[in-house]
Design a protein around this ligand. Structure first.
Ligand SMILES: [Zn+2]
Length: 455
């Protein structure tokens, strides 16, 4: 069955059909490295990973490009504030991203280009845009003239007039139209710079992605991904530059993922509402974070709550338990019915919540077989296949015992001891234990069969 994806450019679902029969090129807008990666970033990159893995499972060879924006207004500002070199700041955050991605079992990109490595090619493209009449120089900066590009607004679905109403953009005396955007920024005092035909300066943000994606994948290429917040202006501007310069379509499928929310708001460093990936990975297993993320469809905003990760951790424990209680069979036969369902869900615009639910159906059926004294080898082989395609690191499934289970087991030990005390008529001591436990919020009930507790 073919994969059907929601293409932002068409505002509709489309059957995915790559340019090349067996190869697929994917470009993912990566991080601007002024800040540390948080869970919201990782959600987007994890979906890129799942799409890639699924296409690989379907037999495609993938070239996956993910950039690092390593020069930008925000990086310069932040490095000044923190009193460190802008390169050092970028390296630090880039490394933190790479470490977190590795822990999360996100496959490394084929290449991770950095904007500063492509300044020459960027200058060439800016020159081409000036020659073709799409860009103009003003005060040492170069701007793209949006009104010259007929298709401007086709990705965000708005024309320039609508955009003026929806987005407030400060007017700038150097620009002909407030929506004109910088391809090249003149150097301000103390800022890092490169030499160009327009004087010292540095690349604008949007141009780097048009240059680097086409450098590795050609133009047009198959899939461009990123967070929904990048649709306008970043991706709209990428299209305008690339198509104006080369006169062919830039990207065939635009796939955007929804944000991670915290208390109803988009997780972001600027609002202070975020969880850094590194710290979260110290508290939770990477697989539980993957499970939590995949349990939500990539185009629906996902609210973060600690309870969800706790729940995911417990669910992983169930997976691990099942895998450990079933002997392994090499090249075991899979349950075709499940595999077919799995593909049907994934082919439907990557319906990972439904695909994940199959994991637990398999475990339920497998456990039933175990209870009947049968060995659920088919369930196990199928489960392993599904986990692998979804990117779970099977050798690293949570070994941390879920806290709730641990409390339950500890309580059972305490209640057993208490039971013994009662049996030996040490009632006062037994009552004292009960009172202390009640102070901690546990309700103890003594029954004929023994003591039970509620929390
Ligand atoms: Zn980009």
């Amino acid at each position: 069955m073919p994969l059907r994806v929601y293409n932002t450019l068409k505002k509709d679902y489309e059957i995915f059909s790559p340019i090349n029969e067996s190869q697929v090129g994917i470009y993912m807008c990566g991080m601007t490295v002024q800040d540390r990666p948080h869970l919201g970033h990782m959600r987007t990159f994890l979906f890129g990973d799942v799409l890639r893995r699924y296409l690989e499972y379907k037999g495609f060879e993938i070239t996956y490009i993910q950039n690092f924006t390593d020069i930008d207004d925000k990086i310069i500002e932040k490095s000044r504030k923190e009193g460190i070199d802008w390169r050092a700041l970028g390296d630090k955050n880039e490394n933190e991203y790479l470490e977190s991605a590795q822990k999360l079992n996100i496959k490394p990109a084929t290449y991770y280009p950095r904007a500063t490595q492509f300044v020459e090619e960027i200058i060439e493209m800016v020159q081409l845009l000036i020659e073709k009449g799409f860009a103009y120089e003003s005060g040492g900066s170069v701007y793209f003239e949006v009104s010259k590009f007929k298709g401007y607004g086709k990705l965000s679905g708005k024309n320039l007039e609508d955009l003026k109403e929806s987005f407030r953009i400060e007017s700038d005396p150097g620009k002909k139209n407030p929506f004109d955007f910088a391809l090249w920024k003149a150097q301000k005092e103390g800022e890092p710079y490169w030499y160009s035909p327009w004087g010292k300066g540095r690349p604008g943000w949007h141009i780097e992605c048009s240059v680097m994606s086409a450098h590795f994948l050609g133009q047009p290429f198959d899939i461009h991904m990123g967070g929904q917040d990048l649709i306008f202006p970043h991706h709209e501007d990428e299209i305008a530059q690339a198509e104006a310069a080369h006169n062919v379509q830039f990207v065939r499928y635009w796939i955007h993922s929804a944000p991670m929310l915290l208390k109803g708001e988009k997780m972001s460093k600027s609002t202070g509402l975020y969880f850094a990936a590194k710290e979260l990975l110290e508290q939770y297993s990477p697989e539980s974070i993957r499970l939590f993320i995949l349990q939500k469809h990539y185009r629906s905003p996902a609210e973060y709550m600690q309870e969800y990760l706790d729940e995911a951790e417990r669910a992983l424990y169930r997976i691990k338990n099942f895998l450990e209680s079933t002997p392994s069979i090499e090249n075991g036969v899979v349950n075709e019915n499940y595999v077919e369902k799995f593909q049907r869900f994934m082919d439907d615009d990557l319906n990972t919540p439904a695909a994940v639910s199959l994991i637990f159906d398999l475990i339920r059926e497998g456990n039933q077989k175990l209870a009947n004294g049968e060995i659920p080898t088919e369930e196990k082989s199928t489960l392993l296949l599904l986990l692998e395609v979804l990117g779970f690191n099977i050798s690293n499934l949570s070994t941390k015992k879920p806290e709730v289970d641990l409390i339950k087991e500890l309580m059972e030990v305490i209640l057993d001891v208490r039971q013994l005390l009662r049996k030996n008529k040490h009632f006062q001591l037994a009552d004292e234990i009960r009172e202390k436990l009640e102070q901690l919020g546990f309700k103890i009930k003594d029954t004929k069969e023994g003591s039970v507790f509620e929390f």
